[in-house]
Design a protein around this ligand. Structure first.
Ligand SMILES: [Zn+2]
Length: 260
């Protein structure tokens, strides 16, 4: 008995001198960026099995790294460089997809997942129509300037991204169908809302979360975040892409160079 308790306390002593897990520290810091209710919801999912979270995170990061990083945070505060253009853009004209325009391009890296999602929809008699995809920095600048002329800057910022701030520049974002919220009530819109995550796609600007995403509700705009990423977003961030990518961005920075 004495020996046992002796060993146990030696182990405890040894544990106490170990440096804290850097992942815990990085995550603690990153979670401070979330509002209180979102942080609580995250912890309820995370606490019972922390290693499951980190395993899923590593899977999501591995998928993303293999495709040259598709989990970058691009929002009102975080822009892509003027010269950012994915190297693997392909024309949708070369794929059996329903298109509203002839000049649509997306990253080749996401095409296998996209084709699988499209085929699943078709097998149910649904048709996904691709209306807008990759947009260059120069194109965004033209569109934004036009909105500002029509609506003034404040209104323009609610409906349009400033140049460099559009997820469309990633070559992984898609606008479906009518590009207005009548899309939400179509069979294709409902199906995507329920099922897109299974293929790694995420609704970027959901209804009721305008203050978080920074944009009005856009039932038609999806971004690819990978299958593991979509699962993380769903299980730990209540399906809110902005929260997931905000935390991931901070977590990456902390792991690379922790704040003292
Ligand atoms: Zn869009």
């Amino acid at each position: 008995m004495l020996c046992c308790s002796c060993t146990a306390s030696e182990e405890a002593l040894a544990r106490g001198t170990e440096p804290p897990d850097p992942r815990y520290r990085a995550l603690d810091y990153s979670l401070t960026l979330l509002p209180e209710d979102a942080r609580s919801a995250f912890l309820r999912a995370y606490e019972p099995d922390k290693e499951r979270f980190y395993a899923l995170l590593e899977e999501a990061e591995a998928e993303s790294r293999a495709a040259g990083d598709f989990l970058m945070l691009v929002d009102k505060n975080n822009a892509l460089a003027e010269n950012y253009e994915p190297a693997d853009l392909v024309s949708l004209n070369d794929y059996p997809l329903a298109r509203n325009r002839a000049d649509l391009r997306l990253r080749k890296a996401i095409m296998p997942a996209l084709l699988e999602m499209d085929a699943s929809a078709r097998s149910l008699g649904l048709r996904l129509v691709y209306s807008s995809t990759y947009r260059s920095y120069a194109y965004q600048r033209d569109v934004y300037d036009r909105w500002v002329r029509q609506l003034g800057q404040a209104e323009a910022d609610r409906v349009s991204a400033r140049p460099g701030h559009s997820q469309h520049q990633l070559g992984t974002a898609i606008d479906f169908g009518s590009i207005d919220n009548s899309f939400a009530d179509t069979a294709a819109g409902r199906w995507l809302y329920e099922n897109a995550w299974l293929y790694g796609f995420s609704l970027s600007y959901p209804r009721g979360y305008e203050a978080i995403s920074g944009y009005d509700w856009e039932s038609w705009h999806y971004r690819y975040i990978g299958r593991a990423g979509a699962l993380l977003e769903r299980e730990y961030f209540s399906g809110l892409q902005q929260h997931f990518l905000l935390v991931l961005d901070a977590y990456r920075r902390q792991m690379a160079a922790p704040t003292p």
